[in-house]
Design a protein around this ligand. Structure first.
Ligand SMILES: [Zn+2]
Length: 89
C-alpha cells in the first residue's frame, strides 16, 4: 500500500453568522484493498470524517451552526518513500 501524508488547513465560514475559523487536519492519502483512493482525516489525533461534506461538518464556535469547510492549504509531509535507506557516506 502506498500512502502520502499531508497537513490540510481547512477554512470554515459560518453561513449563519459569518464567523470564520480554521482547523488543521492530518491526512493520510491511501488506497483501500480494492484499489480505491481514500483520504483518512484526523483532527488532534482522532479519526474524523472529511470536513468537506455534511457528515464531516463542524459546529460554528459562535452560533453552533453545522458548517462545511473548504481546503485553504495543503502541505505534503515527507512521504513514506522518503524513509527508504539512503547511502551513508
Ligand atoms: Zn455561526
Amino acid at each position: 500500500m502506498t500512502a502520502e501524508l499531508s497537513t490540510d488547513l481547512v477554512r470554515f465560514v459560518c453561513p449563519r453568522c459569518s464567523q470564520q475559523w480554521e482547523h488543521e487536519y492530518q491526512v493520510v492519502h491511501g488506497e483501500t484493498p480494492d484499489g480505491e483512493d481514500r483520504d483518512y482525516y484526523q483532527h488532534h489525533g482522532r479519526p474524523v470524517m472529511p470536513p468537506f461534506s455534511q457528515s464531516g461538518s463542524v459546529p460554528c464556535p459562535h452560533c453552533g451552526r453545522q458548517t462545511v469547510g473548504s481546503l485553504a492549504q495543503r502541505r505534503y509531509a515527507a512521504s513514506y518513500a522518503a524513509t527508504k535507506t539512503s547511502p551513508s557516506a
